[in-house]
Design a protein around this ligand. Structure first.
Ligand SMILES: Nc1nc2c(ncn2[C@@H]2O[C@H](COP(=O)(O)OP(=O)(O)O)[C@@H](O)[C@H]2O)c(=O)[nH]1
Ligand SMILES: [Mg+2]
Length: 455
């Protein structure tokens, strides 16, 4: 890495402090051109000390700063790093950025600091991804999961899988090298035992995919029901906002509205839909189409009905429309502040049911509990051993498990040969791609392009 890169690493908004970060072989040299210290020059500064300095441009004083030099390889990126904390004016931070450009640094690409940390062996690829997950976590549960992966939780588990595969492979290769010796029953049993172990570990990791997706992207919860039952009111009540328009005139919510909210540490994307019914206008028709697709892509459906009115044919038709889907269902009987007139039809038997009033707030806490229970992710938010995989990991783990299964079948039926070794290498390769032992530019692009600049 020849280039010295620079970026504003803090958010671009007025704040108490802003941090400009430089990394690369000339990081200290670049900063030395515009930072003055008391009594010494930047290159003489001991590493990892925070020290006061002044930034100026051609004699014009810009800002008082605190500056820290970290030297390769003992830094975040593994290169020389300089961090300058200035007053949190975006214009001051930009000025320092421009001074860095003027003296030879270039703007960092998104995620380039972390990419360099990975390339210099400071972390593996799962940890680099966890940096991004940590920054973008929306709830404490998501944060905790990212922290565990950042701490090497996933790396350790994958290392255990790799070890099992490598041990099996070493055995197999030894027999290929000495074809005169017949492999014994015990040796084959050992190879198979190692492979079964690897397969079990991979399965355990694969089982975390759903929770990982939910914690990263949110559980998609569609609020459905016929017009005027209180869908928009429910969205507002659960988010504590007035985002959705509530009116007594049926059919006002014609488009889809999405709101993010955290319910018991689970990030939730609430989707308010138009009431499904025969459309009168074009706009409404479009809204109904979108409602259908919102239902199809949701993890959980809140079917809202009006408890103050007798059962309605439209409620049953709506229930019919999503019966074939795999999403969990909660029947929300709204308007419990009014006299109850609804006999819940038998079509809803077996569906969890909660009575609420969006007007008084009654039942909302019970609804939150029910949503958590139906989310299908472990209730124990404090289980510190679990790490969650992402889609990239899931894809590669599936590849690996196919190869491991092929290997187990091969070893059981055909014994030890080159083909078995190939299955094992394929399995091992997929695991290697997860942690980044095997990488290509494509993989790196895929991982780091999601990052923000300055990280
Ligand atoms: N009494 C009572 N009225 C409600 C309740 N929830 C909603 N409403 C009223 O029902 C009407 C329709 O509500 P809205 O949220 O727009 O229904 P949507 O068409 O399903 O989105 C509005 O006049 C609301 O004030 C409730 O819990 N109790
Ligand atoms: Mg509405």
């Amino acid at each position: 890495m020849e280039d010295t890169i620079v970026a504003i690493s803090t958010a671009l908004a007025p704040a108490a402090l802003a941090v400009v970060r430089l990394s690369g072989p000339n990081a200290v040299g670049v900063a030395d051109r515009f930072v003055q210290l008391n009594g010494c020059r930047l290159p003489e500064l001991p590493a990892n000390r925070l020290i006061h300095g002044r930034v100026s441009d051609n004699g014009e004083f810009i800002d008082d700063v605190m500056i820290c030099v970290m030297r390769a390889p003992r830094s975040y990126t593994g290169e020389d790093v300089v961090e300058i904390s200035c007053h949190g004016s975006t214009l001051v931070a930009r000025k320092i950025l421009e001074l860095s450009f003027k003296h030879g640094a270039r703007l960092a690409e998104p995620g380039e600091f972390t990419k360099r940390a990975f390339l210099n062996g400071k972390m593996d690829l799962t940890q680099a991804e966890a940096v991004m997950d940590l920054i973008s976590a929306k709830t404490q549960r998501a944060r905790a999961a990212a922290s565990r992966v950042l701490g090497g939780g996933l790396s350790h588990k994958l290392e255990a899988v790799r070890t099992a595969l490598v041990e099996a492979l070493a055995y197999v290769e030894a027999y290929i090298d000495f074809p005169d010796e017949d492999i014994g029953k015990e040796e084959i049993a050992f190879v198979i035992e190692r492979l079964e172990h690897a397969r079990t570990e991979i399965q355990k990791l694969l089982a975390t995919a759903r929770e990982g997706r939910i914690l990263r992207e949110g559980l998609r919860v569609a609020i459905i029901g016929r017009p005027n039952v209180g869908k928009s009111s429910l969205l507002n009540a659960l988010t504590g906002t007035e985002r959705a328009i509530v009116t007594p005139i049926p059919g006002t919510t014609r488009d889809i509205l999405e709101e993010s909210v955290s319910i018991r540490g689970i990030p939730i994307v609430l989707v308010d839909t138009a009431g499904v019914r025969k459309a009168r206008g074009q706009v409404e028709k479009l809204g109904i189409e979108r409602t259908r697709s919102a239902i199809a892509s949701s993890d959980l459906i809140l079917h809202v009905v009006d408890g103050s009115k007798p059962a309605n044919k439209a409620d049953l038709e709506l229930r019919q429309s999503y019966l074939a889907l795999s999403a969990s269902i909660i029947l929300v009987v709204n308007k419990s502040d009014l006299p109850a007139r609804l006999q819940v039809p038998p079509e809803f038997s077996g569906v969890s049911r909660v009575n609420v009033s969006c007007v008084t707030g009654e039942g909302l806490e019970e609804l939150r509990e029910t949503i958590e229970a139906q989310a299908g992710i472990p209730v124990d938010a404090n289980s510190h051993s679990e790490v969650l995989i992402n889609q990239r990991h899931e894809f590669l783990l599936k590849e690996s498990i196919v190869a491991v299964t092929d290997a187990i079948n091969h070893a059981s039926n055909l014994g030890c040969d080159e083909l078995l070794a190939q299955h094992l290498r394929r399995a091992n390769d997929a695991i290697g791609q997860i942690v980044g032992k095997v990488t290509t530019e494509d993989i790196l692009d895929q991982v780091f392009s999601r990052f923000c600049i300055g990280k």
